[in-house]
Design a protein around this ligand. Structure first.
Ligand code: NAP
Ligand code: G4F
Length: 332
């Protein structure tokens, strides 16, 4: 039975990856941060299940800013695979907190890679780094593994540092370490301040009479949006290869924020133009205008393909938010 360690287990991707690895028969260890209130909603179904929690799923307190805790956890768990999903993952917020973003997203990876070497795990354990299409920034689409990186935010710059640290560890010490260059992936578990979830929650609230408007930023940017449930399978596949590598994971299809609005509000028979306002406070000092990924390498070497299409993704998110708000009557 293989043992995986996941940083960022309480996040969107961490929760899907945990479910997937448990289904495959893994034992999963997750790193969780201390907070004043517990933040385990996305993995609640598993930690509330006595046949899983404490048997095939374990949690450890740690933080990517705390190298001694990371060392202790690695020493104790002795994982076969480490998935580094933890990050300050919000691009807009990274402009307000560049130092913290770099500390977690860039130095955090340095700490983890060093900890793998210090604990003697570097030769035995495989490593996945959650890289991002944001690193391409203003690089011309379609973006693939050969597209130059032209980052446009502190977030993207921090992830690019992590990317090269992983490449260097691979070349210098032979670590089986791979960079996933994942394009945007969403789900009903997406954080509420990312644009897709903001829209599906907003549309559901308007439909239920719990809100009468939605305030957004730039509606013109284009993103290649897939489903997180599909994307975590590519992460796992990368670590099953004989050799490590870097892989773009994307659908190859781009939609603007405006088109996302059309799909979400249209599904509820609403016209978003009657409700959506834009405000400068959600605009970024520098924007990534257009992303479209070319995942030929992942398709060829990993056999990976996205299973969920754009309309299915949006509808699943809207349905989930309608159900959530109907049950809680939460105003947003
Ligand atoms: P997410 O929902 O924001 O989850 C981030 C996770 O990181 C959470 O579990 C969070 O813990 C944890 N975390 C944050 N700071 C930490 C720290 N200092 N120490 C330890 N844990 C920390 O992000 P996601 O969408 O699942 O994305 C997963 C990873 O993929 C991230 O690295 C992200 O940058 C990257 N990525 C995401 C996408 C996408 O479209 N979703 C695309 C490309 C790359 P709390 O729950 O306690 O906050
Ligand atoms: O949903 P977003 O915040 O996602 P963004 O910036 O593309 O980043 C996400 O995907 C990356 C992969 O490419 C990940 F690495 C990263 O961790 C994160 O998961 O914004 C999408 C677009 C942007 O152009 C933004 O300016 O939507 C635009 N937008 C318009 N109004 C908004 C809003 N974004 C947010 N968050 N909130 C708005 O009100």
């Amino acid at each position: 039975m293989k043992k995986a360690l996941i940083t960022g287990i309480t996040g969107q991707d961490g929760s899907y990856l945990t479910e997937y690895l448990l289904e495959l028969g893994y034992t999963v260890h997750g790193v969780v941060r201390r907070a004043s209130s517990l933040n385990r909603e996305r993995i609640e179904s598993m930690i509330g299940n006595e046949s899983i929690y404490g048997r095939t799923l374990f949690l450890h307190y740690g933080d990517l800013t705390d190298s001694s805790a990371l060392n202790r956890i690695l020493e104790k768990v002795q994982p076969d695979e480490v998935y580094n999903l933890a990050a300050q993952s919000h691009v807009g917020i990274s402009f307000q907190m560049p130092e913290y973003t770099a500390d977690v997203n860039a130095l955090g990876v340095v700490r983890l890679l060093d900890a793998l070497r210090d604990t003697g795990l570097a030769g035995k354990c495989r490593f996945y780094q959650a890289g991002t299409s944001e690193m391409f920034g203003s690089g011309a689409p379609p973006q693939n593994e050969d597209t130059p990186f032209l980052p446009r935010s502190p977030y993207a710059a921090s992830k690019l540092c992590a990317h090269w640290m992983v490449v260097n560890c691979r070349e210098a010490y032979g670590l089986h370490a791979s960079n996933g260059i994942l394009f945007n992936h969403e789900s009903p578990r997406r954080g509420e301040n990312f644009v897709t979830r903001k829209i599906t929650l907003g549309a559901a609230a308007i439909k239920l009479g719990l809100s009468d408007s939605l305030v957004l930023g730039n509606l013109e940017s284009g993103r290649d949006w897939g489903h997180a449930r599909d994307y975590v399978k590519a992460m796992h596949a990368m670590l099953q290869q004989d050799s490590p590598g870097d892989y773009v994971v994307a659908t190859g299809e781009t939609h603007t924020v405006r088109e996302f609005l059309d799909e979400a509000f249209g599904y509820l028979d609403l016209d978003w133009r009657n409700y959506v306002k834009t405000d400068q406070r959600f605009m970024r000092p520098t924007e990534v205008d257009f992303l479209r990924g070319d995942a030929t390498k992942a398709r060829r070497l990993l056999g990976w393909r996205p299973e969920t299409r754009f309309d299915g993704l949006v509808r699943e998110m809207v349905d989930a938010d309608l159900e959530l708000l109907s049950n809680t009557k939460r105003r947003i």
